[in-house]
Every structure is written in C-alpha cells, then in structure tokens.
Design a protein around this ligand. Structure first.
Ligand code: BES
Ligand code: MN
Ligand code: MN
Length: 452
C-alpha cells in the first residue's frame, strides 16, 4: 500500500498533463453545436478506462450522448462497486468573465482552472487514477468494479434510466460510489448522504399580439413583463414560504436528532457571506443556512427576460415576457407532482389580459442514503487515513437525478464522496479544482478500494 501511495505522489506531473487533455474537450451536453465534442470526449474516456486496466469497455450510443462503461470483475467473493460519474460539462457563458479560455486549463493558487475541472471530469479522473495505481502495482484489484461515465448529467440524464433498465443485469453491484459533490472545506472531507431533487420549468406570458408603443398603449394594455414579475413575486411570502398550494404536502419532517447532527456541522456565516460578496443572508424563516439548502425545498428564478434589453432605450410595451424557474425538492416531494402544482398555480393566478404557457424541462427525485453501511464506514476510515481528520456527514443542495434511479432500477444505495471544494465555481466562470485535494483524494480512493 505504501508503495502505491508513493507512486501516486510521484505521478503528479503526469496526472496534471492527462487531466488537462481531458479538460480540453468541450463536452457541453446542452449545446447541439458541441455534439461531436461530446462524442469525442466519450471516446477519450473509453481510452482512459483502458489505461486504468479495465476491461469490456463500451461506448454505448443513446438517443442523446453516449454512455461509457467498463469493468474489472476478477475478485470473486468480494463486493462489486458501481462507480458513476459524468464527462459532460455545463456551458461556459459568460465567456468574458473567464480569466483564460475555459478549455485551456491553467493553474492558479494550487487550483486547476477549467470548465469541468471539479464538475465532474476531475473527480472521474481521480477514480481512474486510483484504479490505475493499484492495477499497475498489483496487477489486480481487491474488489470488483464497474464504471458508468455518462454524457448527459448536466441536462438531467434523460437517457440513462432507460440504459440502466436495458442493461440491468450487466450493472448488478453492491453499492454505487459517486464523486460529484463537495468536501465541506479544504481538509474537511464530507460524506454526503442526501441530495435535493429538481424541477425545471419555463414560463412564457403573452399579452398583445406585438410589441406596442408604450406611449400610445401604456395604461390600457396589461404589460406581460409586469404580470410575470407580479406572478413570480407572489410565489413566496415575506418569510420565504412558498405559496403554491400543496407544495409542502409531501415534505417529510427531518427528525430532531438528525437536525441536531446536521446542526453540529460548523458554519462560518461571515466567511460564507464574504465569499459570495453579499451583506446579508436570506432564506426561509425558522431554518439555518445549511438547513435551507440541505433539507428544505426552494423556488428560484434562474433567468428572466422580455421586451427591450438592447443598448440604449426603446419605449415599448412588450408582447411577451419569460422566465426559467426551478424548485429544489426534498423527500418525499415528487418532481412530476410539483411540476403540476406549479403549472396550475401560474395558470390560476394569471389575469385574463395575458395567456400563460408553462413548459417542463427536466427534473430528478431527491434522495437520502442510509448511513449505517459497511461502505460508509469504509469511506469514513479512508478519509481519516488520508486527510487525517474526521469526515463530516452532510446533505447537499445540488441534484444528481440518476441516484434515485440507481435505487429504483438496480436496488442500490449510493455513497457520495466528493472532492470539490465549496468555492469550486461549478457552473460559473473560472471553475476550478484544488490540486492538493485531488492528489490526497486519489489516496483516499486507493485506501477505500483496499478496505472493502
Ligand atoms: N455535481 C452536480 C450536483 C451537485 C452539486 C451535487 C453540488 C452536490 C453538490 C451536478 O453536476 C449538477 O450540477 N446537477 C444539476 C442537476 C441537473 C439535472 C442539471 C443541478 O444540481 O443543478
Ligand atoms: Mn456534477
Ligand atoms: Mn453540474
């Protein structure tokens, strides 16, 4: 084991070079213009699997982007880990806020800066390097592993559940392991046992049949931008409670013991605020900041537009106004039901002066994973042995829709051990991955493999 860890410490330059090549492929899953890049990236991942010593490597086409899979199953009697990650990335706009081009990784303050560095290419890469390190030194693994690296996570994994159903037997395993979440802070690892779900909708409000002169018509015709603003503002009351009828009906109460445990996770409000550049935090009354993101559902406006937004001024009463809205969900809220309730709410409050169209994008179910499993225990020990500190048990506000499907389709619980830091700027300009954490994290994964 010591020798493997030494090999890892001696491979940092090579790791950096390899990860930089992986990050250079602009695998933006949401943009049709990048379809071929996503395919090239899938091929690249399949080569990385080969290099790690895995076998039976496949790039399986789907109705969208391909799924890359591989395995190593020569450890009879030992558990089988299904390691999942995604090679697709979020769009890069606004491009002008990047200090260097998003797909030309550079190092700043010990961080590798590039789109996908933290979410999730860097973390997928760590698993492959852990496997590679063990295979190179021992010629075999202490456990069986199967890999699924998909190309559609950032668009809601529309084809992965179907893929799992079609290949159910092939992906039979004992546990799913995912590194696509965060540590709690630098040198403060975390085991994430809960993720929120998601619904994502677009709402379009239409008034008059064309943009109107705001002088000739302003005052007689309802303004769709104003109506939309009023409708959106009505969703929450002054205490941050969501007013959509039925929205909270299925929200399961979090037991006091669990709230106490989550409450014992340290939280530095000043550092949090200053890191975000806000003078005051805001959120639902009666809940701490961590609770607001981990155990409570939300409603957010992701984007809002309509009418004249160009340079200068144009006096106009717009024909249309739109917004992209989403809710994060907690157990046992059902995304389909929340879509219905939200749609019905907007339809019901719309005045006769406008028509409202609501379209559904994608979503995912919330999950809470059990904590008393041998895999959680092994992860706890592996973190302790590598980071020399106790891992925290946390929940997270983000969503990984396929986690619920792993449970429903394959009957598997998921262990979430993430290595991104909270200020990794995922989905934002200058996304970054802390390199010292990556190197130590590869050691964590090697220790984990050896302790199952
Ligand atoms: N890796 C994130 C999810 C995540 C973020 C987990 C932070 C834990 C902490 C994932 O790539 C992601 O961004 N998911 C999307 C959902 C998807 C349906 C677009 C999200 O959470 O918005
Ligand atoms: Mn991710
Ligand atoms: Mn993401």
């Amino acid at each position: 084991m010591e020798q493997i860890l030494n090999d890892i410490r001696n491979s940092k330059a090579r790791y950096l070079e390899e990860l930089t090549r992986f990050l250079a492929i602009p695998s933006i899953s949401s943009d049709p213009e990048n379809k071929n890049d996503v395919l090239l990236c899938a091929e690249h991942v399949s080569k990385m699997l080969v290099q790690s010593g895995l076998t039976n490597i496949k790039v399986t086409p789907t109705a969208g982007h391909p799924v890359v899979s591989g395995e190593w199953l020569q450890a009879p009697g030992k558990p089988t880990l299904l390691i999942y990650g995604h090679y697709d990335v979020q769009p890069v706009d606004p491009l002008d806020l990047w200090e260097k081009p998003p797909f030309e990784a550079h190092i700043k303050n010990n961080r590798l800066v590039a789109r996908g560095s933290a979410d999730d290419k860097g973390q997928v890469f760590m698993h492959l390097k852990a496997i590679e390190a063990v295979m190179t030194s021992k010629g075999k693994l202490p456990v069986n592993v199967k890999f699924i690296i998909e190309g559609e996570e950032e668009i809601g994994s529309p084809n992965l559940a179907g893929f799992l159903r079609d290949h159910k037997a092939e992906f039979d395993a004992d546990v799913v392991i995912i590194s696509d979440s965060q540590m709690y802070a630098e040198n403060l690892p975390a085991i994430t046992y809960g993720l929120r779900g998601l619904t994502y909708l677009e709402i379009e409000v239409t008034g008059p049949n064309r943009d109107l002169h705001s002088g000739s018509f302003g005052g007689t015709v309802a303004n769709p931008a104003e109506i939309l603003a009023r409708m959106l503002a009505s969703v929450k009351d002054e205490n941050g409670h969501i007013q959509i009828p039925g929205f909270y009906d299925d929200v399961k109460d979090v037991p006091a013991v669990e709230r106490a445990l989550l409450g014992s996770v340290p939280f530095d409000e000043v550092a949090y605020r200053e890191g975000l550049g806000v003078k005051e935090l805001w959120g639902e009354e009666g809940y701490s900041p961590n609770e607001r993101t981990w155990i409570r559902p939300t409603f957010e406006i992701n984007g809002i537009w309509g009418g004249f937004t160009g340079v200068g001024a144009k006096t106009v009463l717009p024909s249309k106004a739109s917004a992209k809205i989403s809710s994060r969900l907690v157990p046992d809220q059902d995304p389909t039901k929340i879509v219905e309730l939200t749609t019905r709410y907007f339809q019901s409050i719309a005045p006769k002066s406008v028509t409202v169209k609501v379209t559904n994008h994608h979503g995912g179910k919330p999950v809470v994973a059990p904590l008393k499993t041998p895999y959680v225990e092994a992860a706890r020990k592996a973190f302790k042995a590598s980071f020399h500190t106790d891992a925290l048990f946390i929940r997270e506000g983000g969503s990984i829709p396929i986690v619920a499907d792993f449970k429903e389709i394959l009957g598997l619980d998921t262990l979430l051990i993430g290595f991104a830091l909270p200020d990794n700027r995922a989905h934002s300009p200058n996304e970054n991955f802390h390199l010292p954490t990556m190197y130590t994290g590869i050691e964590t994964l090697v220790i984990l493999l050896n302790s199952l």
